[in-house]
Design a binder for this molecule. Structure first.
Ligand code: MLT
Length: 408
């Protein structure tokens, strides 16, 4: 009999969000007349920016002409988009990122998983706890971990707790680490990192010849001008970090799909034969073989994010969700809850009331307030006792959800 990838059998029962959907579906089928307010998965709700829609419509029409038709595009993305990204997202902040170091893709979730294709199985991997579950699950699927233990942690991974006790700042590991996942603004805690904090990670990575996998999918939500948006704002990061960026949350592209990953040409890892190998070459090879690029229409839509109209609309969109986050913070604080995050991130991280664990709080909110959130323990064992609410929803729903939560 053929064999399956048994690493999949090590995974926890379900990926967090499908598991939440399963519980929510069970609730709605027994309470068909109750409508729920969903502040669980961070999925955007507001319409696509007009600038992006118009650019995509024009691209469709162009594709309908003999001269404007586009077949396979470059696997790495069209140069006009990569050049725009380099200028607008990096050069404008003083970062050295060249257009050919930008790989346009269909999502950061995919890229942050696929990157494992070019990394060895023997690397020592560190993740924060709580953490975006994809980093852990993709390592389990790739066979980079042992079994799940009673704490809900996988053998072989190094877990770095981030809780209120350490201000949601992971301690630099004492042990040898080859690969470290960092996410700022953080999903799920909403914490942000200063340049000084990021510099510590970059220095650590350089000292230990480690690679930082830096997820900046939420950078657009940073409100403080002094905070870094990119790891490449830190000197030395070009020698130790890959960065993931996404149009999903900032431009409402969760259903459109466009993101990009930066692999600097100055980044080297070791091979089994003891040679230095450039990661850019491997990632380029990987993408050219396994990926056919993002479609032309979507890339034109992504390019419009950087037009004057696009910038204005995106500032409004981000401002709208951040106003939701500040309403959530304010209302929960006045309801007597302890809250974190939500100031530079679209996620508010709540301490569950004493004696109530994360899934109990999930059930209470579901059943009594008809609000769906995400239990902190779903992001890791150190997330137990916390709960995440997403600011991605209409103003009406956010206000209603807060009213209902305050009344329980
Ligand atoms: C989340 O809710 O954590 C995000 O929507 C997940 C994702 O971006 O894949």
């Amino acid at each position: 009999m053929f064999q399956v990838n048994s690493n999949y059998l090590k995974l926890k029962a379900g990926y967090l969000f499908p598991e939440i959907s399963r519980r929510v579906n069970a609730f709605t089928s027994s309470h068909p007349n109750i409508s729920l307010i969903r502040l669980g998965i961070g999925d955007v709700t507001e319409p696509l920016p007009n600038a992006c829609r118009e650019a995509m419509k024009a691209a469709i029409d162009e594709m309908g002409t003999k001269d404007g038709f586009h077949g396979y595009g470059p696997e790495q993305g069209y140069s006009w988009l990569r050049e725009t990204i380099a200028k607008e997202d990096f050069h404008s902040r003083g970062c050295e990122v060249n257009a050919d170091e930008i790989f346009v893709s269909d999502g950061s979730k995919c890229d942050s998983s696929n990157i494992l294709d070019i990394l060895d199985r023997k690397n020592k991997i560190a993740v924060t706890d709580p953490v975006y579950p994809v980093y852990v699950d993709s390592n389990v699927m790739s066979g980079n971990t042992g079994e799940l233990d009673k704490l809900g942690q996988y053998g072989g991974l190094i877990y770095l707790p981030i809780t209120a006790d350490n201000g949601f700042e992971a301690k630099i590991p004492d042990e040898k680490v080859d690969l470290i996942y960092l996410c700022f603004p953080n999903n799920p805690t909403g914490a942000v990192a200063t340049k000084i904090q990021l510099k510590r990670w970059v220095d650590f990575a350089k000292r230990s010849n480690a690679l930082i996998l830096f997820d900046a999918a939420y950078e657009a939500f940073i409100q403080d001008k002094e905070l870094p948006h990119s790891i490449y704002e830190i000197e030395g990061a070009r020698e130790c970090a890959i960065e993931f960026r996404s149009f999903s949350k900032k431009a409402g592209f969760t259903g459109v799909r466009c993101a990009y990953t930066i692999v600097p040409k100055t980044l080297y890892g070791g091979s089994n034969a003891g040679n230095k190998v450039d990661l850019w070459g491997l990632w380029n090879r990987r993408q050219s073989t396994k990926f056919n690029g993002v479609n032309y229409i979507v890339q034109r839509g992504a390019e419009a994010v950087y037009s004057n109209e696009g910038k204005r609309e995106i500032a409004n969109l981000v401002g709208f969700y951040m106003e939701n986050a500040s309403i959530i913070r304010r209302e929960l604080l006045s309801a007597g809850l302890t809250v974190y995050g939500g100031e530079h991130a679209p996620y508010v991280w709540i301490k569950t009331p004493k004696g109530t664990d994360s899934w109990e709080f999930f059930d209470q909110l579901l059943q009594k307030a008809n609000v769906v959130g995400t239990p902190g323990s779903g992001f890791g064992s150190a997330g137990e006792g916390y709960f995440r609410l997403s600011a991605f929803n209409s103003r009406e729903n956010v206000l209603m959800a807060m009213k209902k939560i305050a009344s329980i």
